[in-house]
Design a protein. Structure first.
Lengths: 401, 217
């Protein structure tokens, strides 16, 4: 008969299925009206940089080489670097302002005061535009209601397990963002490259300087302000991803803490009005948190129960003089679990392959399947643990980068 | 926008119901296989008991006793496996019918077999030992571990002694009058219990050595 754990499993299975179906349905029924005509306006690139001498030149060069007929200016805010960032940026042709180290959001806000363009492109100092990135993304601004445009951020590194996992993850994130666009719910304008109408940034009074993920927070306010955010999938930007677990953990805990800060800041907007921000973005975020934390709780309970039970069994068998391997027990799974596990795994594989094919990246090697299985089975399982770590860190007031 | 969410809900409910439906169908199918198996065992026990009646009425030869021993051993093996299957079914069956009635039938079959094994032993002068293992069906996690350990000890004992012992696991708390009489008779308060040759009552966890000292294998 169904126990509490079984019911929780079924609820999780239902929710997982719901979101998978949701994204697939949105994708297949989407309005394919991607803007075709170029749109031109004066553009100001703003690049906050802190000790980025390894990549800053390449970042600026890529911006200079991106095809665009309108005016471009490149502003680098050297946020108290102790290396050659400023000199290299200047040498590559950017206008450089040096300030003492105050954090990314403050650097962005400072840069904003120096811009002349009507459109502001925030770019991370370790991210690289392609030839079409700007041109493709700018097309969306032909619609006056569009306040910001995001692009496909893909991983630059493809070697090593962690990089390959992130490659898959970034593709999935980009694809999900495109789907969220169709329900007016793009909830992040990522740091590697996002374009804003300057008037919108002025209306928002700049980036939130207390938030660890000013890009998420800004996107929420843009949506809340009734502006549209579009996702230009054909505009691709490559970004540097962490190649060491420690760096990855640090980056992700910062993302989580920033997300939590943003949620807390905008909590009163939940269901406050009929727009997608109130009715979908905040509930979706909140719901994800609850699911993640309750999933971790149930999983921890089951693991603890198994460890305690097995330990007691092993100790007991030693006391009665038999081998702990003498057991008539079994490891079969209930059919119900197998069925829903198989459905979710199958949909996940289809979903991942759809993501990859969207970016013309085919599953060619056995390695791709292994990476995907690793991603589905282990990588995403780390996120709830990371979330708890981030909550504890945030509550302890450790809001460092 | 609401349209997409509503459509998603309909499709999800459909897939989910399909999953539940297939799960239910497979659980019922598995329970039916178990039910059929239990019916076959019941028939086999009736055959064994009828064989005794034949012995009582017509025959008392050594050939008969050997045939009866063979039947009892075969039955012992089969019902043991059936017990393991039933435990498995109870654990895995999430949507199918309740297994409580099957467990009750199983408990009664085991009890009948136990009594029959005692009878044959006396009638034919066999020297095998009957080892009745009385456990609790409704268990706490702690009792579950203790009973699992005791099952493993008895499994080891059966492996060592083979046909020299008749191992009879019986759930003692099924609300069945015949089994309640036994638990009352032996004043069983604590589970699990091992009753060897209806004389030696061992309560709680027992080391393999202790059990071996009470049986002749």
């Amino acid at each position: 008969m169904l126990g509490v754990i079984d019911v929780i499993f079924l609820v999780f299975a239902f929710i997982t299925l719901y979101f998978m179906v949701f994204f697939m349905l949105v994708y297949f029924t989407r309005d394919k009206g991607i803007p075709k005509n170029n749109f031109t306006g004066s553009v100001s690139f703003i690049i906050p940089a802190f000790n980025e001498e390894e990549s800053i030149s390449e970042t600026i060069t890529a911006i200079k080489e991106t095809e665009y007929v309108g005016e471009k200016e490149i502003i680098v805010v050297d946020d108290g670097s102790t290396d050659n960032t400023a000199a290299l940026a200047r040498k590559t042709g950017a206008t450089v302002y040096s300030t003492k180290n105050r954090g990314k959001a403050k650097a962005l806000n400072f840069a904003l005061t120096k811009t002349k363009g009507n459109f502001i492109v925030s770019v991370d100092a370790d991210s690289f535009l392609t030839k079409d990135s700007l041109k493709e993304a700018m097309k969306y601004f032909a619609d006056d209601k569009v306040g910001a445009v995001t692009v496909s951020i893909l991983s630059k590194e493809k070697k090593g397990l962690l990089s390959r996992l992130q490659e898959l993850e970034y593709i999935m994130i980009a694809w999900a963002r495109k789907n969220l666009e169709h329900v007016e719910s793009v909830f992040v304008t990522p740091g590697p490259m996002s374009i804003y109408r300057k008037s919108v940034l002025t209306e928002m009074k700049g980036f939130d300087e207390d938030n660890l993920t000013e890009d998420i927070e800004m996107a929420w306010r843009v949506l809340k302000g009734g502006h549209k955010i579009r996702m230009a999938t054909s505009a691709v930007v490559y970004t540097t991803v962490p190649t060491k677990f420690k760096e990855w953990w640090r980056q992700r805990s910062r993302w989580n803490m920033g997300g939590l800060q943003t949620l807390w800041k905008h909590k009163s907007s939940i269901f406050a009005n009929p727009g997608s921000f109130s009715m979908f973005v905040i509930p979706f975020f909140t719901f994800s948190l609850i699911i993640s934390l309750s999933g971790l709780t149930v999983f921890s309970y089951l693991i603890a129960k198994w460890i305690l039970g097995t330990s007691a069994y092993v100790i007991g068998t030693a006391q009665v003089g038999i081998s702990p391997f003498t057991s008539t027990s079994f490891l079969d799974l209930p059919i119900l679990f197998v069925i829903f596990g198989a459905i979710i795994l199958t949909l996940s594989i289809i979903y991942s392959k759809m993501n990859f094919s969207f970016y013309s990246r085919k599953f060619q090697e056995k390695k791709d399947y292994l990476v995907m299985l690793f991603y589905l089975a282990l990588y995403i399982s780390i996120f709830p643990i990371l979330l708890v770590y981030s909550i504890v860190k945030l509550l302890a007031g450790k809001k460092e980068w | 926008m609401m349209n997409v969410f509503a459509k998603t809900l309909i499709i999800t409910v459909f897939i989910f119901s399909l999953g539940i439906g297939v799960g239910l169908w497979l659980d019922i199918a598995r329970a039916e296989v178990e039910e059929r198996s239990l019916a076959e065992i019941s028939l086999q026990l009736t055959d064994v008991v009828t064989q005794d009646l034949v012995y009582d009425s017509f025959d008392n030869t050594t050939a008969f006793c050997n045939a009866a021993l063979k039947s009892n051993l075969e039955f012992n093996d089969r019902i043991y496996r059936q017990g393991v299957e039933l435990e498995k079914l109870e654990e895995l069956n999430k949507l199918g019918p309740d297994t409580i009635l099957q467990k009750k039938r199983y408990a009664l079959l085991q009890t009948q077999f136990w009594l029959n094994a005692i009878k044959i032993r006396e009638a034919c002068g066999f020297n095998y030992d009957t080892v009745a293992y009385i456990y609790k069906n409704e268990e706490t996690p702690e009792l579950n571990t203790r009973q699992k350990i005791m099952s493993s000890v008895l499994f080891e004992l059966k492996n060592k002694c083979g046909s020299k012992i008749m191992l009879v696991p019986i759930p003692g708390d099924m609300g069945l009058a015949s089994i309640d009489t036994i638990t009352y008779q032996y004043d069983i308060q604590e589970y699990p219990v091992v009753l060897i040759n209806e004389k030696v009552l061992l309560q709680g966890l027992q080391p393999l050595d202790t059990l071996e000292s009470h049986v002749s294998c």
